[in-house]
Design a protein around this ligand. Sequence first.
Ligand code: NAD
Length: 284
Amino acid sequence: MTDTPTPSYIPATPLPPLPRMLAGQKAIVTGANSGIGEAVAVALGEAGADVAVNYVAGDDAAQAVVARIEAAGSRAKAYKADVSDEAQVEAMFASVVADFGTVDICVANAGLQRDSAFTTMTLAQWQKVIDVNLTGQFLCARAAAKEFVRRGVVPEVSRAAGKIICMSSVHQVIPWAGHVNYASSKGGVDMLMQSMAQELAPQRIRVNSIAPGAIRTPINTAAWDTQEAYDKLMTLVPYGRIGEPGDIAQTAVWLASDHADYIVGTTVFIDGGMTLYPGFATNG
Ligand code: NAD
């Protein structure tokens, strides 16, 4: 980090957490020891859900998230598993069900980038991103849906048998040169989400996506950690500030709650207007 960027606007004070609208529910969040996943896991815990904190590396960071959720008054436990590995995902869900009794909410959040110009992108770079960002969401959503179907609706817990939230990206609709593996994975997440939603809705399972724009996390440090990079990024964001993980977290709580019970198969874009194609504001 070479200097400290001065955002044109940052939220002055954190908003209070939403009320404990998820009391009695059990959630699993993948990639929950960093960035957006961490914020979502803590917010679900603050909203009353017990939370399984999935991570693939970084024991201390995972334990710190567990401690934050416990401090908010909910149960939490860390589960180390690679979401792109079928056996590890199946074993993790079996452990979570054994520990928590069931799963009501699955936030398939884990993701990564392996950026490269198209003509020099290796098959390994392509495959790694597809494996984690797309196949990982398939494996976790499938394991969650099996548990939702097994248990069915428990009306005193939730109107739905279960909720799946896929962490997509604005790049499910915005093409991204130099990142074709990432954009392809998120385009795939969109169809994965919609097709799952269509198939599972009759069993009272709600599947939706959140598509973040530019959120201040370790995945995209180079896009915001200098004033020059930050100012360039802001040319893409009509609202004039970078997103914070908390901007995603409270929407995830609401989307998982019965207040969003009729929302099925939708993507909620949280992007400060990035998908409004701001380049057309003065060039149309
Ligand atoms: P991050 O790097 O802070 O977090 C990613 C998390 O995924 C980490 O905990 C990482 O360890 C985990 N992970 C990576 N590979 C894994 C695997 N094989 N198994 C289990 N966990 C794994 O980045 P973030 O910004 O918090 O990203 C979270 C999600 O949000 C990703 O799906 C990303 O594509 C999406 N997203 C982020 C932004 C943004 O601007 N930050 C924008 C759009 C979408």
